[in-house]
Design a protein around this ligand. Structure first.
Ligand SMILES: [Mg+2]
Length: 217
């Protein structure tokens, strides 16, 4: 775990979902691949050819953006002209958290130990319906007062607007907020730029320690 300006009075937390509240590399990969499969059907293209093309374009995007990896939504937008609204529908059609996730008692106990007066918002590049379903499956839905999804923001993290909307839902200033996620460039860096602190989790084991970190801060 890596902490960034995390030593502060905390009134609100912004959580990432994927690879932060659960760890499932096969599901993470399938979230992208299931979208490619739906697009291949829709465009009547061979799925293997399309998959190779998408990954080639992703590599091209990365090398033309100083080594940064695009969010999948931004890649579809830049390379295929798929609007964010269309991405929302595509994801709702393709992604099936029920197939991949289950209740996580360890995660539930972490949330039971984080002070209830600290507001928690989930901020995800997936549609909020997918996020709510995932939170319910994991068993932590009742801890999140708000979910801010791609359908709310219409921009993908790391766009600042996504974080500003999440802050709005928390209703407190950035100086009282920590952003918690597994990707520095997507979850942490843009939050720090707005004056929040950050906790970079490197595995689900880090997430299981969050209640202890927050109790110390
Ligand atoms: Mg993530």
């Amino acid at each position: 775990v890596q902490l960034f300006s995390a030593d502060r009075e905390v009134k609100g937390l912004i959580f990432d979902m994927d690879s932060t509240l659960y760890e499932n590399p096969d599901y993470a990969a399938d979230q992208l691949d299931s979208q490619i499969r739906v697009l291949a059907l829709r465009w009547q293209r061979n799925v293997d050819t399309l998959r190779k093309e998408v990954y080639r374009r992703q590599a091209e995007w990365t090398s033309s953006h100083g080594g940064r990896k695009p969010s999948f939504g931004n890649l579809l937008l830049d390379s295929y002209g798929i609007s964010i609204e269309e991405s929302v529908k595509l994801r709702e059609e393709a992604i099936e958290p029920e197939r991949w996730l289950g209740r996580d008692e360890k995660l539930v106990s972490v949330f039971q130990r984080i002070r209830p007066d600290i507001e928690k918002v989930l901020l995800t590049n997936n549609p909020s319906s997918i996020a709510r379903r995932s939170l319910r499956i994991l068993g932590v839905d009742n801890f999140f007062s708000k979910v801010v999804g791609l359908d709310t923001t219409l921009v993908s993290k790391p766009h600042a607007k996504a974080f500003i909307m999440a802050l709005d839902k928390l209703g407190v200033g950035p100086q009282y907020v920590l952003s918690i996620g597994d990707r520095w460039e997507v979850d942490i860096e843009p939050a720090l730029a707005l004056g929040m602190g950050g906790i970079l989790v490197e595995s689900i084991e880090d997430t299981y320690c969050l209640a202890d970190f927050l109790a110390k801060s």
